[in-house]
Ligand binder design. Sequence first.
Ligand SMILES: [Zn+2]
Length: 428
Amino acid sequence: MKNHFKKTIFLSAAACTALAFSLSSCKKTYNAEFSGTSAAVSVEEGTLTDTEANVLPNESTTVESNIGPTVPAANSGSQAQATVLAATNTAAQSNKVSETTAAETAAPISFQSRDEKVYIMADDVNIRALPETGEVLGKANTGDSFHRTGYSDKWSRIEYNGQTAFISSDYTTTNVVEKKTSEAVSFNTDWEFGGNSKINSGTATLYYAAGSNKKGKTVCVNAGHGTKGGESVKTLCHPDGTAKVTGGSTAAGNTHATAVSSGTTMSDGTSEAYVNLKVAKALKNVLLERGYNVLMIRESEDVQLDNIARTVMANNRSDCHIAIHYDSTTKNKGAFFMSVADGIKGMYPVSTIWQESDRLGANVINGLSANGVKIFGDGSMQMDLTQTSYSKIPSIDLELGDKVSDYSDSTVAVLAKGIADGIDSYYS
Ligand SMILES: [Zn+2]
């Protein structure tokens, strides 16, 4: 039963599996889809017919004509006014019978009038200007809601940012779906460079912006250090096994470095890792308020994710990566970011992204400076870091000060605002 089910309703089963739906609810979707697409078998190329008996011309009160592409003149007629065209690629994939007869033909979509609120049951669902192949106007996520004005088995017509748009009916429901506020993110060794990580049993947390000001961007906030045992494990400095070109916690010339170092200790005895986390949590809140999703690598004293795991996770689940650190000097030297070392700018994947990383860093330093934060030198220092070497997205190691820098609540709030201002300006 289950096998048969999987075979015959590829599209619905995928959606339902992702949502952990019950088999019975999947079946319901399947039946609805089947009855819709089976009618398409009778559609021949260049001929317009209604998809279902309940939208024949004499019942056209349930059908509207002001939607989608207009019907070609050659096909005009009483039925034409009640239909829109759309490619049947998905119908062909999900319906055995139509594969041979209706593939590559244009089938009409008839929308039943609706005036209701619908909720979205999955993440990253395309919102299109037209059904099937229309321009993607945006993405909908679990718990998002829209006003639905038209319904068909495959496509729903919705209002989106003041315009008419279309979304797959498979992912809609009139039952209330709660918005996802966060989810745990586990490491996937299949991700590029994932095999180079040695400590990756921990999970990060992805927080979703809840307001109406969503940016559609995810910022990875990485509170530096805080992986017990990370000092005694070595990982490859560079994905290609070449040696480090600058010093740092590991000297130039080495091919391996500590998986995660333990960090410095502030002059009052507090660990750098603790202060990094305090700033990271403040930054998370500011970013969420501003409409960014936030991937928090660490939210407690320890997370079992080494620097490679953190970076690879950021590559795959976020748009930019900000690591928070304090330097080990005692000069109250001010904030700066680790810019990309010249010696690794030609190395993959650094070669693909280093300009953007440096631009992100410059924007964040400007944001901090504009908020009155002391800046060290010109705000950057070239460094060959594991994080930089494995990053495929704009990525910076930010040193917000050193062992004697103030990290009171009020100072941390200013730092968080300054970093967020810099991220805003980077994306503006
Ligand atoms: Zn550090």
